[in-house]
Design a binder for this molecule. Sequence first.
Ligand SMILES: Nc1nc2c(c(=O)[nH]1)N[C@H]1C(S)=C(S)[C@@H](COP(=O)(O)O)O[C@H]1N2
Ligand SMILES: [Mo]
Length: 421
Amino acid sequence: MNREDFLNEATYSRASADEYLWWQTKTLGISRRRLIQLMAGTVGSSAIALWPQAATSASTKVEGIVKNAPPEFFFQKGSNLEMKWEQMYNRGYIVPNELFFVRNNSPTPQINASRWRLTVKGTGVTNPQTFTYDDLLKLPSSSVIKALECAGNGRSFFKLSYGKEADGTQWQLGGIGVAEWTGVPLRELLERAGIKKTAKDVMPISLDKKKLARPMPVEKALSDAILVYGMNGEFLPPDHGYPARVLVPGWAGIASVKWVGAIEVSETPLWTEWNTTEYVLIGADYKPPSGSPAKGEMVTSQKVKSAFELPFNATLKSGKQLLRGRSWSGQGKIAKVELSFDAGKTWQLARIQPELNLPQAWAMWDYEWEAPPGDYQLMARATDDRGVQQPLKTQWNDKGYLYWGIVQHRVTVTEPLNQKL
Ligand SMILES: Nc1nc2c(c(=O)[nH]1)N[C@H]1C(S)=C(S)[C@@H](COP(=O)(O)O)O[C@H]1N2
Ligand SMILES: [Mo]
């Protein structure tokens, strides 16, 4: 979206209203007591059922997803919603909840928080615990600004590099968002359950139809994983895991299990579909860990990537254009971002706003481009603070995870209008 689009009153008011609401909830915050009061007013009767799908505004409803999915916000890809990157132009650091991508392996369940329980159990704890929602809200909390990104984000670009599609949802680059997540560090829960020194794996288990369960090493669980109940100053929305989900910073989205009902802690390694056949790297360049039932190397950390805040095949007017985009790394901050307008022959430094560059979230950048008419494949290449730089091409894996190569972003710059009429 160009600034000029703001000359359109409807576009302008929508964008401002959106931004205003966000700042309001953010600045006012929601106290714990208020959360509980609000809760009391919203308890329903059934324990778990599917959210009823509104019959109205059918065009913006997607089966199995609660929130509106207006086509200007999202590409619908099966049961998933991919964020349209041009929506982030003229927005702040955070992706508002309404615009946040959704990756659903099964329909969003309706969970009654007053009946919801979290159990922490397994051979890795001495003192299994059950927590209610109120218990959770009373525990020490923390808030972090972090990215959540699907392991398959960018998958469609394998096709361009290799001439064949990798299995799975053909995401472009919109399978990512950054939010402020509020919740209880897993460490707090695990310690209350008497986690043993010999504990190995921690596995959140979901309450939806899929019973998704993805183990992570106890070291990661104790270091920075959080059981989240708040997103951008609001209750966690249903599609994003209400009443509680895990957030595993820097790791592929699959680790951040939504609608969590139990956490299993084990003294022996745990293997499920989600770390043996799914979310593992299968291909000539990867070896499965020997002696394990996994078919490939486990997907953990996210890579270094970049996106322009433009639609693909964008049309721009010639002359001065303020290009914007964001780059991110699962392992730290972004150190630099370079752009190329000539297929990688020369590179220009983009300006990173240092206060808008957080680790395991993203860096916002811009570049003033004096755009001559023509067809371009814009390229953005980021380097993170470990010195890891996006390559031209990503190693193949059959399921198309972790595509982090430089993406060619096609843009047409149109001739100036003839002044003489
Ligand atoms: N229970 C459950 N948890 C889940 C999923 C799911 O389908 N069910 N999808 C996972 C995947 S693959 C991703 S990328 C993230 C997406 O989170 P979001 O829908 O809140 O954006 O949630 C993860 N947690
Ligand atoms: Mo994902």
